[in-house]
Write a protein of this length. Sequence first.
Length: 352
Amino acid sequence: MKALVLSGGTGSRLRPFSHSMPKQLIPIANKPVLEHVLGNIRDIGVSDIGIIVGDRASSIQEAIGDGSRLDARITYLRQETPGGLGHCVALARDFLGDDDFVMYLGDNFLADGIAPVARTFVERRPAAHVIVHRVPDPRQFGIAELDDEGNVLRLVEKPRQPTSDLALVGVYFFTPAIHEAVASIRPSARGELEITDAIQWLHDAGARVTATEYDGYWKDVGHTEDVLACNRYQLNGLRRTIDGWADPSSELVGQVELGVGARVIRSRVEGPVVIGPGTLVEDSHVGPNTAIGADCVIRSTRLADSVVMDRAAILDIPGLRGSLIGRSATIRPRGTEHRLVVGDDVRIELAA
């Protein structure tokens, strides 16, 4: 089996971060979403992985490399313009050959992995097998209608009047039969080759299409709130690991991961918290559910329930919570009045 990972989207819902970095590299517990995805794929024994990339190809390649660090072989496949998930399958036709494969959207966070679903696909080997999850508003997703035995009856992309609350979560298992289906469909009203149309084509042609309802933790990491929620969930499984240094006047409480070269001085850190290599936390209070990246400076600050990316500096801030701080950002006070330098698509929330 091979894998096809899609990492070419623009990430408009995660602006302003996606202006400067692929959304698939947003960190969850100090590890990019894409790396969590690749870890789930390696856990099912798949090592031959193609990654669809777009305009941010160089950033993805720099972060992931050739895959050797993950004991995988990575092939990068360039998609010049977005054309839908079906187009990604067509683009990867030579790479996929006649192998079965798992297709995985690179911004989907499935914290509990996909191993049971992979076993089901291998044992039963339907033409296509999809993962579904119940959602409160199915209009935002492709949805599946199933019979009592888990066979797919119908797929609909973002229905106006949903007849099911089972959303496709962005992980699909296929046999080579999908290639004929993709070649047989036409672009949708939005000009894209929809994978839902291709799977429906298989069903209508008499092929077996099945589904597994995922009961683990899943989120499409599309908004800031999703990133913070995934970060909280992932940190709950953190183990206490102290590879850095804390002075005698500091307290490290509970599950704290302190990276190599990180220093905690005259501060209190209440887990679960991960602090990346080379970061300095000084005269500060870091509360639970916080992930601080590498080479950051946190000084005279109270911080909780937040994600702070590499090389950021937060200085003299009395209270910061529920925040997502970008790479190399600097936050500091200025007198008694606020001064803001704000770019496109930024959201600022100030205390009254």
